[in-house]
Structure formats: structure tokens, C-alpha cells
Design a protein around this ligand. Structure first.
Ligand code: ADP
Ligand code: MG
Length: 387
């Protein structure tokens, strides 16, 4: 594959697959624009080289017509326009005359952003299923394809792998290259001890990676909702905490084969996620929901982090959207900030939490990808990289 710097972009229509899957609040305002900011380097490079830039991205999952209202990229076009200091034309369609006309009317250094690629998932998962006709259509819009969406590199979708397989000039963008430059060294030869911290709520997506991470890491510290599936697997009461029932047997099996997994020994519990009144408990009762790691667990996790030379973290330690349940995540951030270790954080929510708490500069690298960085860590090649 060629390097971006080796491709002539002048007067060319350049399709860039970006990752604008940004968190939105209930008023549809962007709560963390890091992924947009990180895309600017490739965008500015293309604009300086007089390309016509066509942007494609997904935003969340789109399963129903109703979902579309909450998952439009219009708000992203506005933010990007502010950041770039130039007009970004939003096209509220993913194909058809509106798209064709907009592309045909582009001048050098124009930027257009098409609507959420996953709007194509409603009618038969065309984007996520890498529909050949859709991929061919999107590829037909441009002369060059740049994949700069690291967060979806572990998926073979029409908007990354599909387009790439239909185009001659294909390369990776600067954001993806920065991710690889930071992540590959810790996969090949991590300085040891190498500790992985896992948390968050996307349990079914991540739990399968645990088995592979055991081979790579020296310790795996598990907090967040993910911990409760493992604790339940050990026969411990988990009350009404978030559990991935389907992964219970898997969790049990994993625990039988390794002693590298370190689980919480106390919890911040409440009766509902809306409730700010909490208790600290060593064991949960039937009505309790575990919403953060407790103080003893924080100390236990720190004792492993203290001796680590490489740390990879994916998944918040608690229900951090509510301030009272941020403390576990915050304490680990503060602690890692002062360590002499390579520290890498990945995941949409994890990165947001860390950036909003003001710790971005304290880590060696804040990755824009969660699932993608975990799969890369397992030593797997990613389909979006091998285009
Ligand atoms: P990432 O996007 O970084 O990969 P996830 O999407 O897996 O992380 O998980 C983030 C979500 O996990 C957040 O919404 C957070 O509130 C939730 N979460 C973390 N711990 C808990 C918990 N104990 N109970 C409920 N939700 C939790
Ligand atoms: Mg998430």
C-alpha cells in the first residue's frame, strides 16, 4: 500500500472514512469532540494539496427509522466547520441524486460530509454487512480512498474495506498511522509487567478478547460492569448489577484457567443509576447495583499498576456519567499520571471520561478506538488496516 504522501491529491476527489462516532447528550450536543479534532491533520493535509474532500462516517447504531433522528451527522458538520475554519457542506443522504450532484459540483479544497453510513443498515445491514453494490457506489464517488477511522478498523464494513476493494489509490490516514505507531510497540514487545485494565459495559463485545489478552498481559484488572459477569461466574452475589448472562460460562472457564485476573473486592452500590445516595460494601445484596469500584479495590488495582511498566486501559471503572460514580476512574487516572510507565487508553467512553477529567496529556497515548485497539492488542491483523 502507498503512503498518503506518495499519492497525488491535486484536483482529485478524495474519500476519507473518518470516525465521527462522537458522544451526544439528550439535546444532541457533542459532549466530546476529540475524534473530530484528531481527524484534522489528514483533512488539512488534503485541503492544502487542493483535493476535493468527501467525508464518510458512522454515528452509533441505527436499527429503526426512529434512531435516525438521534443519529444524524448534521451536528458534526457544524462542529467540524468551526474547527476547520471553513464551510463543511452536509449532505443529508447516503446515496442518490443529492449525493451525486453535490460531488459533481465540488471545487478544489471543498469539503462535504455525507449522512451517517449506518442509515444504510435499516434496509438489510448494507453498511455493516459490507454490501458489494453499496461499496461500489461509494467508491465511484472518488479517485482516492483514505481510511482514517481507527475505531472501525476491526470491522469489514462497506465504508472501509468495501470501498477500498473497489479503488486503485488507497492508503491510511495520519490518525490511523499515529494509532499504529503507539500501539504496535506494546504488542510486539511490551515492557513488563504489562497490565491491562478492563471495564465498561460493552461486555459481550469485549469479553471474548480476555482469553487472548491473558496470553499477552501479566495482570488483567477488571472493574466496571464487566467485573460483575466474572464475579457472578465465581458464584458471588451481584444483586441487580449489569451482567452479560450469555458470557457467564465463558467467564467461568476463563477464571478456571488463569490467576492473572484481578476482580473487585468492594463496591460503590446504590438501588438505581439515578440515585446519588450510595453505600460502600464488600458484598452485594439482592437489590444492590454495583456502580463503581470501592476504595479497597482502588488500592488493590494501584498495587498492580505501581509495579507495571506498560498499562493498557479500556472501559471506565464505573457509571461515570453520574459524577458520584466517577471516583474509581478518576483515582486510577491520577495514579497512572504519576507513574513512570507507558500508558495507553482506548475506547470511546474511556477516552471521553479521561479527556473530560483533564488527564489527556498525562497518558502516553489516548486511542480513538476501543474494540479496534483491543483486537490489535490480541495480535490480530485488522481488516481496515490491511486494505
Ligand atoms: P468504551 O466506549 O470506552 O469501550 P464501554 O462502551 O464498554 O466503554 O462502556 C462505557 C459505559 O460503561 C459507560 O456508559 C458507563 O456508564 C458504563 N459502566 C461502567 N461501569 C458500570 C457499572 N458498574 N454499571 C453500569 N454501567 C457501567
Ligand atoms: Mg462505549
Amino acid at each position: 500500500m502507498k503512503k498518503l504522501e506518495d499519492i497525488n491529491l491535486e484536483h482529485k476527489k478524495v474519500i476519507i472514512r473518518v470516525d465521527y462516532n462522537v458522544p451526544l447528550n439528550e439535546n444532541l450536543e457533542i459532549t466530546d469532540d476529540n475524534r473530530i479534532v484528531e481527524s484534522l491533520k489528514t483533512l488539512n493535509y488534503c485541503l492544502e494539496h487542493k483535493a476535493k474532500v468527501i467525508l464518510l462516517s458512522h454515528l452509533g447504531k441505527v436499527k429503526t427509522e426512529e434512531d435516525k433522528k438521534k443519529k444524524s451527522l448534521r451536528v458534526v458538520a457544524l462542529r467540524l466547520s468551526e474547527l476547520l475554519g471553513k464551510e463543511v457542506k452536509f449532505i443529508p443522504a447516503t446515496r442518490g441524486k443529492e449525493v451525486d450532484d453535490a460531488v459533481n459540483n465540488m471545487q478544489d479544497s471543498d469539503v462535504i460530509l455525507l449522512e451517517n453510513t449506518r442509515f444504510e443498515d435499516i434496509d438489510g445491514k448494507k453498511e455493516s454487512g459490507n454490501d458489494p453494490e453499496l461499496a461500489k457506489y461509494w467508491a465511484s464517488l472518488g479517485d482516492v480512498f483514505i481510511n482514517d477511522a481507527f475505531g472501525t478498523c476491526h470491522r469489514s464494513h462497506a465504508s472501509n474495506v468495501g470501498i477500498a476493494s473497489n479503488m486503485q489509490e488507497v492508503c491510511l490516514g495520519f490518525l490511523v498511522r499515529k494509532e499504529l505507531d503507539n500501539l504496535l510497540p506494546i504488542i510486539d514487545k511490551p515492557e513488563r509487567p504489562f497490565t491491562v485494565i478492563l471495564g465498561g459495559a460493552k461486555i459481550s463485545d469485549k469479553i471474548a478478547t480476555v482469553q487472548n489478552l491473558i496470553k499477552k498481559a501479566d495482570y488483567i484488572l477488571i472493574g466496571g460492569a464487566m467485573a460483575y459477569t466474572f464475579l457472578k461466574g465465581k458464584g458471588i452475589e451481584t444483586g441487580k448489577s449489569l451482567i452479560d448472562e450469555e458470557s457467564l460460562d465463558f467467564a467461568k472457564d476463563v477464571l478456571k484457567t488463569t490467576n492473572k485476573i484481578i476482580l473487585p473486592i468492594d463496591h460503590i452500590v446504590s438501588t438505581s443509576t439515578e440515585n446519588s445516595n450510595y453505600q460502600i460494601k464488600n458484598t452485594l445484596e439482592s437489590d444492590d447495583i454495583g456502580l463503581d469500584i470501592g476504595p479497597k479495590t482502588r488500592e488493590l488495582f494501584k498495587s498492580y499498576l505501581l509495579k507495571s511498566k506498560t498499562i493498557f486501559w479500556n472501559g471506565p471503572m464505573g457509571y461515570y456519567e453520574k459524577e458520584v460514580y466517577q471516583e474509581g476512574t478518576k483515582e486510577l487516572c491520577e495514579f497512572i499520571s504519576n507513574l513512570d510507565a507507558t500508558s495507553i487508553v482506548g475506547g470511546g467512553d474511556t477516552a471521553s471520561a479521561i479527556i473530560n477529567m483533564g488527564f489527556k496529556d498525562k497518558f502516553t497515548h489516548v486511542s480513538t478506538g476501543g474494540g479496534a485497539s483491543l483486537e490489535l492488542l490480541e495480535g490480530k491483523g485488522l481488516p481496515g488496516i490491511n486494505i
